[in-house]
Write a protein that binds this ligand. Structure first.
Ligand code: ADP
Ligand code: MG
Length: 422
């Protein structure tokens, strides 16, 4: 082990209290410390923040972290302040700050106290900020949720596309670290191209395989509610999430479950904040087994022992499906991912898009076609998902290769077809 490695481990322990790096973290950190442009793809929960936080803490100057959500930035800044006596070790720079607060932030950066400066892309665009940052020692710029750069990602944000120009103005040779959990080759290509990352950039990609998850698709018939009730009852006492497309369906299904003796609560953005928090806590504290929810539920929810995720309605992309099913089995234990599929639902999703700009519709359509292919495939579902993310997987030898309905009960093609066309 070189002295450098020992130092990184010591810093990991010192700042974060961990004794081991997770996955590719150490290699990523070395790449950043060497000043290379670095591209990191790791699934959610993989530990991406530490990849840029640790090098920021041990390097001279301030690292700028671009992040799309104020809540995400705040969480990280609070956590960083918790590990240091220095309040100014991390700051958020956004439009809600008073003049006096902005002055303080800038003073802390100038005096070298601030190791991480979190900004939303809009704030980074501000001329006065660019001018100021130009005159400072910037260790690197980290772009979190970098898929926001790509229209092919699930969360495109136009202001992300100008980041490269702005970073150039702040400093010509500032290393850029792009970090995302979106692994499709298209998005990947888009990000690297937009940021001007060439072959000399270091790319790191962790495997997206979740070997403990079982994937299953069932045809969606009018008996879907009864089928869900049966499934939940067979899994009594286990925690599960059931996703529905609409708030109305969430309410209805939650009620149906309650009437049938299942402890379930609804969760969607139409409920007032107090109720949402209450229901979320009930689920986390295991006062209820099941939460029936729209996709509003889940961001930042870290319940390790969710044993099943059911999709009452098929999601609009494989990425969403992967993210949502990914909330099962975080602890490495069993996680059953069951989705109901009917082509009618695909048509419904197509219809929702019809008001959108043509380019967006085309992308939405292409993403949906992948969902159709996934739902109707008779091959290993894990292989399909991983292939979608640009990863080769051999389900004969790969971990978890036998954990899906197609591999367990191989069907002849025409049977699979008959199942879904009703
Ligand atoms: P991501 O952004 O990739 O979704 P996070 O950066 O939010 O993931 O990290 C997920 C969790 O993993 C956090 O709770 C974090 O503290 C934890 N974590 C990160 N690195 C390590 C490590 N080396 N050892 C143990 N836990 C870690
Ligand atoms: Mg993250």
């Amino acid at each position: 082990m070189s002295s450098e490695e020992i130092d990184l481990h010591a810093s990991l322990k010192k700042y974060f209290g961990f004794s081991q790096f997770k996955g590719l973290q150490e290699d990523v950190i070395k790449s950043i410390v060497e000043g290379k442009h670095t591209f990191v793809i790791m699934p959610t929960g993989g530990g991406k923040s530490l990849c840029y936080q640790l090098p920021a803490l041990i390097q001279e100057g301030t690292a700028i972290v671009v992040s799309p959500l104020i809540a995400l930035m705040k969480n990280q800044v609070d956590a960083l302040r918790g590990i240091s006596k220095e309040h100014g070790i991390a700051h958020v720079l956004n439009s809600s700050l008073t003049k006096g607060e902005v002055k303080q932030v800038k003073e802390d950066i100038s005096s070298g106290i601030t190791k991480l400066l979190y900004v939303a892309p809009e704030s980074l665009t501000k001329e006065e900020h660019v001018e100021f940052l130009r005159s400072q020692k910037i260790s690197f710029v980290a772009i979190d949720e970098a898929h926001c750069i790509s229209e092919w990602g699930h969360d495109f944000r136009p202001e992300y596309r100008n980041l490269r120009q702005i970073i150039k103005r702040i400093g010509d040779d500032i290393p850029i670290i792009a970090v995302t959990a979106t692994a499709t080759p298209k998005v990947q290509e888009d990000i690297m191209k937009n940021l001007g990352m060439t072959s000399e950039a270091n790319s790191f990609k962790a495997s997206f395989n979740r070997p403990n998850l079982y994937y299953e698709i069932r045809p969606k018939t009018k008996n879907v509610d009864a089928d869900i009730i049966r499934f939940v009852k067979q899994n009594q006492g286990k925690s599960g999430i059931i996703y529905c497309l609409s708030r109305k369906r969430v309410e209805e299904l939650a009620q149906v479950l309650q009437v049938n003796g299942v402890s379930a609560v609804p969760y969607h953005a139409g409920l007032d904040a107090k109720t949402r928090v209450k229901h979320q806590d009930m689920f986390l504290m295991e006062d209820v087994d099941v939460v029936v929810a729209t996709i509003a539920f889940g961001m930042g929810i870290d319940k390790p022992d969710v044993r099943f995720v059911i999709h009452h309605d098929i999601p609009k992309s494989i990425e969403s499906y992967y993210q949502e099913t990914g909330r099962a089995g975080r602890d490495g234990g069993e996680g059953h991912c069951l989705a109901y599929y009917s082509y009618k639902d695909i048509e419904k999703l197509e219809k929702f898009m019809s008001g959108k700009p043509v380019a967006e519709q085309e992308i939405g359509h292409a993403l949906l076609q992948e969902v159709v292919a996934y739902a109707e495939t008779s091959m290993s579902r894990r292989k399909f998902i991983l292939h979608y993310f640009g990863e080769e997987f051999d389900n004969e030898t790969g971990e978890g290769g036998d954990l899906d309905d197609n591999v367990r009960n191989p069907k002849k093609k025409h049977e699979a077809q008959e199942d879904v066309v009703k």
